[in-house]
Design a protein around this ligand. Structure first.
Ligand SMILES: Nc1ncnc2c1ncn2[C@@H]1O[C@H](COP(=O)(O)OP(=O)(O)O)[C@@H](O)[C@H]1O
Ligand SMILES: [Mg+2]
Length: 278
């Protein structure tokens, strides 16, 4: 198993596409101060694919994800989910941020039940549903606690359960484990893999960690320095293996070396843009 280059906008991928990036560009501001954050992103993402996006800091990863979430509108092109143009946020797109997105005044259970309730489910049914997802993330015993009583890793588990409780068509994760320590992070990666297998969700996952991306992804995209373009994409073959040991295999190490090399060139360019070394 290893990685293989692939073009995500290949016409053959179109028929099975769940999520489509169609010439997506995003410019912030106008005139000489305008920042082109994303430049012509084209990709077909198939149902059940786990697409990881890596790229230098400030290259437009969050912007791209925020466009899918409906928080930002592209300045050109569009994103389509199940054939419909994304224009605003919606429950069929579940978002998990790096941290801090839980309602602090609600219990864990109330946080997870919030979406189903907002969509009109009866209180009892929403609670049952919330418990199902809390069990899935291993937090059934913490349903009555408040977010501040939980560790960062547990809060992220709640965030994941909350996103899943809406049964979204696609899960959008913006560096969800970036604030966690390495051990917690690895455990949660293994768990996310298990949950992804079980639910078959289509996932868009931004990460700084190449190892995390290779461990989780079915597909991996490396973005260029700003303006963010989809520089290279790979089909990744380590997703079937939930065993952490895969990350020390020769094939994994070789894949990692290749991606590190690609990303390094882009990070140097990103630093140059920021004026480092000037
Ligand atoms: N709301 C905004 N207004 C102006 N510029 C923005 C806004 N959001 C992001 N940017 C700029 O767009 C670029 C890409 O940002 P972002 O998508 O957050 O990068 P990443 O997530 O890859 O680190 C950066 O230069 C950032 O400063
Ligand atoms: Mg970001």
């Amino acid at each position: 198993m290893s990685i293989a280059p692939i073009e995500l906008d290949r016409p053959e991928r179109k028929a099975a596409a769940k999520l489509v990036f169609d010439g997506v560009s995003k410019r912030f501001g106008r005139g000489p101060d305008a920042v082109l954050a994303v430049a012509r992103a084209d990709a077909y993402v198939g149902e059940g694919e786990f697409l990881c996006i890596v790229g230098p800091s400030g290259c437009g990863k969050s912007t791209l994800l925020n466009i899918v979430a409906g928080f930002e509108r592209p300045t050109a092109g569009e994103v389509r989910l199940d054939g419909r143009t994304v224009e605003r946020p919606g429950a069929e797109r579940g978002v998990v941020f790096q941290q801090g997105a839980l309602f602090s005044w609600m219990t864990v259970l109330e946080n997870v039940a919030f979406g189903p309730r907002a969509r009109g489910q009866a209180a009892g049914a929403a609670r049952d549903l919330a418990m199902t997802y809390l069990e899935m993330v291993g937090l059934a015993g913490f349903a009555r606690r408040y977010p501040y009583e939980l560790s960062g890793g547990m809060q992220q588990r709640v965030g994941i359960a909350r996103a899943l409780a809406n049964d979204p068509a696609v899960l959008l994760m913006d560096e969800p484990f970036a604030a966690l320590d390495q051990q917690t992070r690895e455990l949660l990666q293994e768990e996310i893999k298990r949950i992804w297998r079980r639910t078959g969700k289509t996932v868009l996952w931004i990460t700084h960690s190449i190892e995390e991306a290779l461990f989780l992804a079915t597909h991996l995209v490396v973005m260029t320095a700003r303006p963010g373009r989809l520089k290279a994409a790979y089909a990744v073959g380590f997703d079937a293996d939930a065993d952490r040991n895969v990350t020390t295999s020769a094939a994994f190490t070789e894949a990692k070396r290749e991606i590190v090399g690609l990303l390094r060139a882009e990070s140097i360019e990103a630093q140059r843009q920021e004026g480092v070394g000037r």
